[in-house]
Ligand binder design. Structure first.
Ligand SMILES: Cc1cc2nc3c(=O)[nH]c(=O)nc-3n(C[C@H](O)[C@H](O)[C@H](O)COP(=O)(O)OP(=O)(O)OC[C@H]3O[C@@H](n4cnc5c(N)ncnc54)[C@H](O)[C@@H]3O)c2cc1C
Length: 408
């Protein structure tokens, strides 16, 4: 193969791939100070760039809870000023279990914080990132389907729906079930939870007062995240897990029946539920790529690890990953290494191993702990919720972990 046309080609311009590209663009000044030219970057996505708003009204769309670590990384990229107006701060987290006396309330002020995290709707966030990509000095190819990845000695070749592209490093940010990584034999090891998550936005009669709810119910955990008002509607984002198969009833239920059940689950805490938007269901599984780095190839985002959404960690972890990958690529480049060199990529993998293991273990444990009907486990988790309520240091540690600030 000829010399690569770009240093780094990122397949997938979702939240994670876009942020890796913007992190590399942001390194331009440091590269120039070291007497080097900016990275030559391509981002390729089979979907067209995101529009800033859904055409389906205020109750459409998915949301993500950004941790404090993500806020800091967005700030380092100079993007937080534009993202903050899209966000709702989480000022209080309310954790409870149906039928249990164990309830814990985590208040951000108790941890000397403005907020535990920030809820943002995926579509406007992605649209903002895509506008940044469009304005950056990179090849932003969307829509563009990548059909094949071939690893060569000096470059990796991407075969596109029209033409091809050679890159020193190909980053697979393809999302769950990454087909290109699979072509290289990088398999996705999957362990299903036997659950599906129903995701929908709710219209509430009362303002949410910045409270996020985690509720552990018999069918499975539920999360309710505060969203900004839209068109005069108070809104919250629901993630509701069900045993495989049981979700179908709630996908087909009338809006009235669905809203009444949500009111019943949360009790009086959230007030009346006035409406629900389009309901989508996602099968839940812990998936991990068998390898995250190889010479000339790195795998990030959902393609590297897909987590249970109840702990709200998947994107936040991936953002810390891409920040670390960008830093290792820069350090390698300043030391004269090519971006695809295995030693550079391995330093990234080693650096993130502990964060990934801890975050995955936390996300994996929560739903299992709260799904268990064994009396000993049930008693233990009730005691845990009560202990968190009574012991502020334990509560703060739980909160710190959720914020992405307690990893080692
Ligand atoms: C219900 C739910 C709630 C969640 N809530 C949270 C939360 O609160 N906090 C949190 O941190 N995380 C959360 N997550 C996780 C978070 O959504 C994911 O971690 C994140 O969206 C992963 O983004 P990604 O860019 O890796 O993948 P994707 O968003 O799937 O993007 C992959 C992109 O690659 C493109 N692509 C794929 N193959 C090709 C190809 N061959 N050629 C060209 N383009 C290609 C696709 O078009 C797509 O745009 C949640 C997940 C779910 C399911």
């Amino acid at each position: 193969m000829a010399a690569p046309a770009v240093d780094v080609a990122i397949v997938g311009g979702g939240l994670v791939g876009s942020l890796l590209a913007l992190s590399l663009v942001n390194q331009g000044r440091q590269l120039a100070a070291g007497g080097r030219s900016a990275w030559r970057i391509a981002v390729l996505d089979s979907a067209a760039p995101a529009a800033p708003e859904s055409s389906d009204g205020p109750l459409a769309g998915r949301s993500t809870a950004l941790s404090e670590s993500s806020r800091q990384l967005f700030a380092a990229l100079g993007l937080w000023g534009q993202i903050e107006p899209l966000c709702t701060p989480i000022e209080t987290i309310h954790v409870s279990e149906r039928g249990s006396y164990g309830i814990t309330r985590l208040a951000a002020v108790d941890s000397q914080l403005d907020a535990f995290g920030y809820v943002v709707e995926n579509q406007p966030l992605l649209a903002l990132l895509h506008r940044q990509l469009a304005g950056a000095d990179i090849d932003w190819l969307a829509p563009c389907q990548v059909d094949r990845l071939t690893v060569g000695r000096t470059a990796q070749r991407l075969t596109l729906d029209s033409g091809s592209l050679d890159a020193g490093l190909v980053v697979s940010a393809e999302g769950s079930g990454a087909a290109l990584a699979a072509q290289l034999g990088i398999v996705s090891e999957r362990s299903g939870y036997g659950q599906q998550a129903i995701v929908a936005n709710l219209a509430l009669a009362e303002p949410h007062r910045g409270i996020a709810y985690e509720r552990f119910d018999r069918p499975g955990p539920m999360a309710l995240l505060p969203l900004p008002d839209s068109a005069g509607v108070h809104r919250a984002a629901l993630v509701w897990t069900h045993p495989e198969g049981a979700q179908q009833h709630w996908l087909n239920a009338s809006d009235e029946e669905f809203c009444a059940e949500i009111e019943r689950c949360f009790g009086e805490r959230i007030g009346a539920v006035r409406g629900v938007g389009r309901r989508l269901a996602f099968p839940l599984a812990l998936q991990r790529a068998s390898e995250q780095v190889r010479r000339g190839v790195a795998v990030v985002g959902n393609a590297a690890h897909t987590l249970h959404p109840v702990a709200g960690q998947g994107f936040n972890l991936s953002l810390r990953d891409v920040a670390a990958l960008a830093q290792e690529l820069l350090a390698g480049r300043l030391a004269g290494a090519a971006p695809g060199e295995l030693s550079v990529l391995q330093r990234y993998a080693d650096r993130q191993q502990s964060d990934q293991s801890q975050t995955i273990a936390f996300s994996d444990l929560l739903p299992k702990l709260f799904a268990s009907r064994w009396p000993a486990v049930a008693g233990g988790r009730r005691a845990g919720l009560v202990a968190m309520e009574l012991l502020p240091p334990l509560r703060q540690r739980f909160a710190a972990f959720g914020m992405g600030s307690d990893r080692g």
